[in-house]
Design a protein around this ligand. Sequence first.
Ligand code: BF8
Ligand code: SF4
Length: 641
Amino acid sequence: MDVKKRSGDKAAQEMIEHMAEKGQENIWDRLDAQSPQCGFGKSGVCCRICTMGPCRISKKAPLGVCGADVDTIVARNFLRAVAGGTSAHSDHGRTVAEAFVAAAREETKDYKMKDIAKLHALAKELGVETKGRTANEIGIDVGEIALAEFGKSRGTQLMTKRAPKPRQKIWEKQGVVPRAIDREVVEAIHRSTMGVDQDYLSLLNHASRTALADGWGGSMLATELQDILFGTPSPGVGEVNLGVISKDEVNIIVHGHDPLMSEILAEAASLPEMVEKAKQAGAKGIAVSGLCCTANELLARHGIPIAGNFLCQELAIATGAVEMMAVDVQCVMQGLAKVASHYHTKLFTTAHQAKMTDVEHVEIDEKDALNIAKRLVIAAIDNYKNRGEIKIPDDKETGVMGFTNESIKYMLGGRFRASYRPLNDNIINGKIRGIAAIVGCSNPKVPMDSTPLAMAKELIKRDVLVLTTGCATVACGKRAMLDSNEALKLAGSGLRQVCETVGIPPILACGSCIDNSRLLVATAEIVAEGGLGEDINELPLAGACLESITEKALAIGQYFVASGVKVFFSDALFPFQGSDNVMEYLLGGISNDLGGQWALESDPVKAAELMLEHIEAKRVALGLKDETERKLLGMEERREL
Ligand code: BF8
Ligand code: SF4
């Protein structure tokens, strides 16, 4: 085993070696056991949606039993993946909407709306009367409208109205304005079942519609309602990496995606009676930390530390110091149960959609959430005495996280004139070349965290402002790239100058994967601010996710593409390359229809270069000319590079 191939991060390396010494299996071992993986699956040419199959397309057998050709099969697989991702984000959003309504109706004491200003803003946008009404009265109406977005029988997604007008026109022309979220997902599954939609372009067009129902629907609603319910994040400092696990406190780790669980557990763990109980059990207190996207949410709102991203989940338990891990939905490895069985760690599933064999299920029912959370915290405290030998890496870094549209505009323009104007101006004058979104996962096929880090460094060096979400954010955090001072050392002089003037870091950590919807809103607002074209596809902007794992990443990629953005994925992790026609459309033809497109590149530095090339081409198309000052600095900088 070459541990460096598994991770470049010291803390992870230490834990991977520790697990190997103990003979405990983890995700990398299972990947080895699965290798070599099936070539048909890797290229997307196998179909098993009916019992005349499974069919695998090859030169010898170019058609499935039903006559489906490779284009149809690959396009169906792509559409189903996008539908899977859309379902995940949107079912999360619906759960939040239900809790939101319950809070507004006062059916639960445990959740209360926190950001009333944002409630009013959303109410106004949705046409809900606010005058002379209480927050809860407004909240009921807003929540019910949001809830209806998932299954309404008529009309299209309300949030799509946030997109620039020309974008909305393009969607209308292309027939992809999303209707009810459930409907788009159901139609995606229907279209892609045996004997229905058998035109790859038609299938791919529906993938756009489905994905837009995610980005401008389910994910955006989830973000809005979470902000109102739990508070809109504001930038704050937090710690990241396995070293946040405490040596002498009761460690509770929350893992998954839905803040309904993590928020209430964090609240329960902070109650003085719980801390006292932990002390009586011989611990110094209770340390809550997070994994994956729910960790991004908790740090952004409360400064609660992040133990790691996707690939760290088993490693965290292997420290032997985790008294309890509570998981909800998405990106939770079934392998956790086995690792936990080697230690004293109590694992609980908490969401009604997600159980694990032989793992205790304690559902966080919103009506009695705090009491249930307290029971879980007590289980953790009671388990402290069972702790055996521990091994916690020292490594952790601090970083600033929790950027939102609201906070970026505030930092750029101040409280009374919060706006994107200074950003637009500095893009126009060339100090900032453009914007890159680096999002998504950490995949065991790639050394952990290597791609977002390399891309982010390369891009800020070349004066591109980077926005990150999801596991890519945590990757940057682990290597101090969310620490303003450290990151600014690497930033190009133009970007550095702007960041220093307005007081923002060059890499803005914008939250979890559903928070990619914040990036959509940002693009719309940057367009509205003026000077950078009329539509999102005109912006000097590119997106990337080179370590994609989940169907969610594909849904996100597709909604960015359908919103007009060029999105880079790794060619090694894009399992649809078995159809030349599908790839030709996704990598090119789609831009004629929607203005955005996919691009494949597995090398992060090359990907960064290609992103920059795209950004520069957009600048040229906008007729942006660099100011003299910028030109001089650019020369020096290039020599330095
Ligand atoms: O939704 S980045 S591995 S944790 S899928 Fe999963 Fe990917 Fe991480 Fe969050 Ni997003
Ligand atoms: Fe084979 Fe067609 Fe059935 Fe797919 S739908 S498994 S290609 S027969």
